[in-house]
Design a protein around this ligand. Structure first.
Ligand code: 6PG
Length: 230
């Protein structure tokens, strides 16, 4: 399902409203709502808008969709980005959950991270995905080690470890932790936020042609609403 906008401002306004609604729906149903969020530069204006939203943040858990296996002090830590971009204004009241542990690799940390995420309300009330120019979403990188298990729609783990191939997108930091496709598939509200013609072309090609890109595999099982602006 595509929602295309003329400006990024319009897209952010509508998407913020949709995320707020999904989270408030979760609070009405279960008392607490959970929001899984991605990193990257694209969500920044959405996080700015959400931090100003007057909703029941004290009843909301914000957890990462995925993380590169670097410490919080690293400039490319998704948790550091999430906290800097979102944990302010009204949204400072929410509970924030990251993925990084002191384990050397994500493969050794899977159990600990799943124990942490067992405290996050599931299914997630809303999941915010991004898209890389290589067709990855969450940490589902093409040809990554652990990809089949991560994309297994019947998998029973919320969090999974992956090792991507070194690329322009991953750089040297190829070790990753991600929520699984099965966890995403259970969420009632899953959105993919993208901007620019390049990402649109990557997504259209992945969905139209048999590219086997991870985003296409995920879209076979999950209804994703795509928010796009130039
Ligand atoms: C990561 C990044 C990555 C990002 C996409 C899109 O964890 O490596 O968060 O997954 O979301 O590559 O990035 P941009 O939004 O900056 O284009």
């Amino acid at each position: 399902k595509w929602r295309c906008f003329e400006t990024r401002e319009q897209m952010v306004d509508e998407l913020a409203e949709a995320c707020c609604e999904a989270l408030m729906r979760g609070i009405r149903k279960r008392g607490t709502a959970s929001w899984a969020v991605s990193g990257g530069s694209t969500p920044k204006p959405l996080f700015d808008a959400m931090s100003q939203a007057e909703i029941d943040w004290e009843n909301i858990q914000v957890a990462l969709v995925d993380e590169r296996w670097v410490d919080l002090g690293h400039p490319r830590s998704n948790e550091a980005f999430m906290r800097a971009a979102l944990q302010k204004g009204h949204a400072a009241e929410a509970m924030y959950i990251g993925m990084k542990t002191p384990h050397a690799t994500p493969f050794e940390a899977v159990e600990a991270v799943n124990a942490r995420y067992a405290q996050v309300k599931q299914p997630f009330d809303s999941v915010l995905l991004g898209l890389g120019s290589d067709g990855h979403t969450a940490s589902f990188f093409p040809d990554a080690e652990g990809l089949d298990a991560a994309l297994d729609i019947n998998g029973d783990k919320t969090c999974v470890a992956l090792r991507a191939k070194r690329s322009d997108v991953t750089g040297d930091e190829v070790d990753r932790m991600s929520i699984s496709a099965s966890a995403i598939a259970k969420a009632p509200h899953v959105v993919l936020m993208i901007t620019g013609d390049e990402k649109k072309a990557v997504l259209e090609r992945a969905l139209a042609v048999d590219t086997h890109l991870p985003i296409a595999k995920l879209a076979e099982h999950v209804t994703i609403t795509v928010y796009w602006a130039p």
